[in-house]
Design a protein around this ligand. Sequence first.
Ligand code: R2B
Ligand code: URA
Length: 308
Amino acid sequence: NQHINIGKEKPSRNGFVYVKNPHLDLMEEDILYHLDLGTKTHNLPAMFGDIKFVCVGGSPNRMKAFAEFMQKELGHEGEDNDVKDICPGTDRYSMYKVGPVLSISHGMGIPSISIMLHELIKLLHHAKCCDVTIIRIGTSGGLGVEPGSVVITDVAVDSFFKPQFEQVILDRVVTRSTELDQDLASELLECSRGIKDFPALMGHTMCTYDFYEGQGRLDGALCCFSNEKKLEYLKRAYNAGVRNIEMESTVFAAMCRLCGLKAAVVCVTLLNRLEGDQIKASHEVLAEYQRRPQQLIATLIKKRLELI
Ligand code: R2B
Ligand code: URA
């Protein structure tokens, strides 16, 4: 197998959302299959043209809760109260819109988020959206940080602590940069300073292909390494700057960067992986943790919209 690093794949910077695919121009209709939307069946510019913020996260319920929270925060509640799923024709992903904010679920892992992102990016492109900020709000395992801490990602790295994402295309491995928008990360850290309810920090986020063996857990159905080897690896990750581990950030960073979306990753840590593998906190505690990234993103959005 050949490895190639596509140096000419440059990020787009003029504000519009780009698709980098010459074949799309030749298609009469584009069906966004997993979102149950399409260019002939829906007026995408009318439905989505005003979007400035896209928030993505793993679980459909959490992304609905985020939309409801934003509705309150932006003062949009009142008229037609309930937030409605824009993709009811599919149970793959859920999508909600509150004014300029779109909230979408992406499932677990790189393949699931990458399918959603292909279709979301095309949707934003077809809708002629401009100057869109996209943020992944998620959960993660912490490394040497207090459980419940919110980690703002400066760089997404792979299991070898490299800031890159490898995608197999045909039978070649294409390596893409996972750089995120540094100004947006700093702006988020700045916003977090005003929130006293939880610790927030900036650090590298490691993205893996699995929750168990892939994250050095001893409690999966399979495990072929010792506790010593596990801790040696996790400490090496810590020393390389990694502060949390999750399963989507590298492909998210790589795809958004190439398509002109300013992207950030904000994940709460559910446990400290240097202390264990099992997530033992109560449902109430975990639910409260998961509202923390939402609170931070709401602050950023309200500041940007000059509501605070
Ligand atoms: C964080 O949590 C999920 C695994 O429990 C996964 O989607 C991720 O990145
Ligand atoms: N999500 C992950 O990917 N890993 C964890 O340890 C917790 C949440």
